[in-house]
Design a protein around this ligand. Structure first.
Ligand SMILES: Nc1ncnc2c1ncn2[C@@H]1O[C@H](COP(=O)(O)OP(=O)(O)O)[C@@H](O)[C@H]1O
Ligand SMILES: [Mg+2]
Length: 310
């Protein structure tokens, strides 16, 4: 449904998206996960055809967004970070107007708006002025707008941002229902949200794609694949003692005084290695002040918000 090849985007001399490639298959609900400033909105705007790429290629439903932009956009329902809604319009008027803009034929428009409102959880809100809706309901109008022309693909940019925990749960439930009719790419900076709504996650940080996989695969990446040891004593001796422990792939002293970074081999028993590190260093009269688990994505995951438990 989506094919992104070597996509880059620069704003002046600043490169916001750096050579990223990924695919989303029909029927998937993919989380586009990254800390603030990672380049999520930039990428989604390019996919939705609102921003041109600096280089690279994007296809949606088989159509190139640069060479066949109209055909590509017909297949996309896009909900931007902040929906440009009209406060003085009534909800159903606004959605009928949006449906018309998206080419939904006159005789089908009323039914399309009714269905979109039902699917977005807006029953009973038809005659309410958009300006009088709560933030949670305005998000739903944004969702209804995205689905009103029945696109195959939904691109949702942080649909739960700024909502309270109850509203967040409601929007997540809505998205879970939308997957029956649409392929979904949804961005978030909240780790637990991807686990709650998605079948797969793509992680970006500082414009680069740093990981992708099923929810289980992302969980495994988050798990420690090494430790950071803070020691008191001779760092070189500590490094050679640790490097000789079975299951240790590498050990190196960092610039930071007294810190040694240790990586484990795949499948190594991390508890057993941690115990050996402590025992052997202490026996060599090197103090072990701290042993902190680390993963290759440690920093990225630390920058993400974990979100409230759901
Ligand atoms: N129009 C713009 N001009 C210059 N820099 C921008 C513009 N839009 C975004 N950026 C910068 O690009 C980076 C990525 O932004 P964005 O795609 O909005 O990230 P995210 O949605 O992941 O928070 C940020 O450093 C941001 O400041
Ligand atoms: Mg954003």
């Amino acid at each position: 449904m989506i094919e992104v090849r070597r996509l880059s985007k620069s704003y002046g001399s600043f490169q916001a998206v750096k050579d990223i490639s990924f695919e989303v298959a029909a029927g998937e609900v993919v989380g586009f996960l990254g800390p603030n400033g990672a380049g999520k909105s930039t990428t989604l705007r390019i996919l939705a055809g609102f921003l041109g790429p600096t280089s690279g290629e994007v296809r949606v439903a088989g159509f190139s967004i640069t060479d066949q932009p109209l055909e590509a956009r017909e297949n996309i329902g896009y909900m931007p970070e902040t929906s440009p809604l009209y406060p003085e319009m009534r909800t159903d008027e606004y959605l009928r107007y949006r449906a018309e803009l998206k080419g939904v034929k006159g005789n089908k428009r009323r039914a399309a708006v009714e269905e979109a409102m039902r699917d977005a959880g807006l029953d009973g809100m038809e005659r309410v002025l958009i300006g009088q809706l709560s933030k949670g309901y305005r998000q739903r109008v944004g969702l209804a707008d995205a689905i009103v022309a029945s696109p195959k693909l939904l691109i949702l940019d942080e649909p739960t941002a700024g909502l309270d925990p109850n509203q967040i749960r409601e929007v997540r439930d809505l998205i879970a229902r939308l997957r029956e009719k649409h392929t979904v790419l949804v961005s978030t900076h909240i780790l637990s949200e991807v686990e709650a709504m998605c079948t797969r996650g793509i992680v970006i940080a500082r414009g680069e794609l740093v990981a992708e996989g099923t929810i289980d695969e992302l969980r495994a990446l988050r798990r420690a694949d090494g430790v950071r040891a803070r020691i008191r004593g001779d760092a070189d001796s500590a490094v050679s003692i640790i490097a000789a422990i079975p299951g240790v792939a590498s050990a190196e002293a960092t610039d930071e005084n007294g810190h040694v970074l240790v990586s484990f081999e795949d499948g190594a028993d991390s508890d057993e290695i941690a115990e050996k590190i402590t025992a052997l260093l202490v026996a060599a009269q090197i103090g072990v002040l701290e042993l902190v688990p680390r993963s290759s994505l440690e920093q990225v995951f630390a920058e993400l918000t974990r979100g409230e438990p759901s």
